[in-house]
Ligand binder design. Sequence first.
Ligand code: 13P
Length: 287
Amino acid sequence: MLVKATEMLTAALEGKYAVGQFNINNLEWTKSVLLMAQELKSPVILGVSEGAGKYMTGFTVVADMVKAMDKALGITVPVALHLDHGSYDGCVKCKEAGFTSIMFDGSHFPLDENIAKTKELVALAHANGLSIEAEVGSIGGEEDGVVGLGEVADPEECKKIADLGIDFLAAGIGNIHGVYPANWPGLRFDALAAIKEKVGNMPLVLHGGTGIPAEMVKKAISLGVSKVNVNTECQLSFAAATRKYIEEGKDQKGKGFDPRKLLAPGAEAIKQTVKEKIELFGSANRA
Ligand code: 13P
């Protein structure tokens, strides 16, 4: 059954572990993430960017597919279906489509506007039983057209947004979407600690989970991060496994071109990436 993300993240904050948000792109992605979460008995969040929603022909198709697959696979662990970096309109559409959680990314607006819009969407989300994430500062790099300069969040601004009644907060702490450049200085733990001090018991979200060294991820979790978002890493492992299959000429042997065979190594690679992350985040056997 699909659930909002509030309870799983409150439990993660208390238990000092994090729940993974894995972004989905299609049926294979969804199936791989759900199966591995179930195998490891871990709560999980399926993230959908506006671009991925459009690719899958709309949020309603995504929500219907996820609900039907969750049931068909007999998934018993808690699963939240969450809009990633949503616009105001995107949040409204996902509520109507049957998502259980939304993120409003108002970080590119002046603070007053971010506050006003987040406040309206908190009311909408909570009146409909959804959880809501908001963002302060910005995540560097680009994800599906959402570009951020990577500003480190101001703790006072985080407090103002947290006080609006959101369920969890994404704060820029030097994290970047996509692969980290070789000269990346690392996460700003000083900023994370200052934000945590201001927002108290608010679960914090670490975006840009691809390629952050394991020790840094663990330290971030110990400082109050309860949700880690991973997108690019699943794309890279899917692409590498698919390339290997084709380069070995397997698509040309027998019926190796059948999509159920051609896409199988990539789907398995996604499962392995999800497994590694769930084990690193400490959410296995928490469902
Ligand atoms: P990565 O693509 O760097 O893993 O980031 C994912 C993310 O933060 C989704 O919002």
